[in-house]
Design a protein around this ligand. Sequence first.
Ligand code: BES
Ligand code: MN
Ligand code: ZN
Length: 493
Amino acid sequence: MQYFVTANAPSTQETDCIVIAIFEQGELSPSAELINEQSNGYIKKVIDRGDMTAKAGQTLLLQDVAGLTSARLLLVGCGKQDKTTENEFNSAITAATKVLNDCGADDATSCLAEIKVADRSTAWKIRQTVIIAESALYKYDQTKSNVKPAQNPLNKLGFFSQDSSSDLAAQTGHAIAEGMNLARELSNLPGNICTPTYLAEQAVDLGERFATVTTTILEEAEMDALGMGSLLSVSRGSREPAKLITMNYQGAGDERPVVLVGKGLTFDAGGISLKPSQGMDEMKYDMCGSASVFGTIAAIAELNLPINVVGIVPSSENMPDGDANKPGDIVTSMAGKTIEILNTDAEGRLILCDALTYSERFNPAIVIDIATLTGAVIVALGRQATGLMANDQDLADDLLQAGNDSYDRTWQLPLWDDYQPQLDSNFADIANIGGKEAGSVTAACFLARFTEKFTWAHLDIAGTAWNSGKAKGATGRPVPLLVQYLLNRIAAK
Ligand code: BES
Ligand code: MN
Ligand code: ZN
């Protein structure tokens, strides 16, 4: 989809459809008020008939309204005037986008950015519209045969706005949305297609698409030479060779980079500590952390952001096999610490610890890992918030802020030393599980043992990266959060 900004009055717009906001109790947005006058009170008349209660997400498509150059007019319910919440705004945009895509209009102009949404700016509303519209239109079909293209899909969406930041907002939203779609697409692919080798190829593609991105792939022999005994122990149980992918985005000379480390478990069967079969297919999503790194790198490269970011993706399968890790096995990490593997299903931390140690060589300003690390984070926070833990409160605050700004929110859990004894082992430096209490915290505590040399945060996205059930599919989170964090960091420089 293409996006543009226009300051022309809605009634004179040369467009296939005008989109205006209507509120509960028959209240009209400024553009709706104007069109109501132009059409001799037609809008009011329709509303008074009771066809439009204006609950957020309700829509009514009108044709050939007198006084308008546009053939169609779409009324969109946005809840109570001046009280529209972010969630209501999102439902309004989602509903409007679907109608626009199905109604035959080739292009449309939205006047929804003029309404009051919490304390959000016009730029935020425009950016969010693009992100939500692209999400509403995203459809996975890569592995379906007989896919029919939409009949007359919407191709251009304009924003009625006089705000000078609108163009950049639309552009930023578009780059974030495309990054999310890349993340969704990689995540939704099945484990037999999206293997570590496939992810490595995608990273090479990104390097070829953007002159600012340099991709390097380490093979198992090279990881072995670096002493990555923990990462390689997970991969030993699989026939797919592990890859350590690095995507180096250079947008700011020799400044120290932000390193993003994404868990790239392309299928997590649990290993010898085999998972129950119910819902195991969803463990193809155990690479969503890496997908968000791909999406973020693509978005910032598209926007040419003045910052350096290194994306590191340790990628492997976790399978049961004659050569797989066994409970009680002890492996030696790249950092030299020995690890007793008490549960082979706690494999994410085993591949991440070596990738985190590896990140030291980039002299990072900040390291953030993104991982579908624990089922426990879903128990704690549900599917609404990403779990956040950090060894530095300023960094945690920055991520909380970026989450609020982008409305891709995160919530902090404690990373106190008090939890560390749960990882004590009688036979190694550290155990890979910490018992049944505070599972997300002890997982982060494990990683914290490998991040003492730098400023680090951990995002546990097990609850937020995909939806289960009827609407099963990847969400593209936390690409908006990560891009926002980087944008805020640039703005603060
Ligand atoms: N990939 C899983 C975490 C997960 C589970 C994400 C369910 C989303 C839904 C991770 O590798 C894992 O298996 N973690 C274990 C840790 C436990 C063995 C300490 C878990 O959460 O059960
Ligand atoms: Mn696991
Ligand atoms: Zn896993």
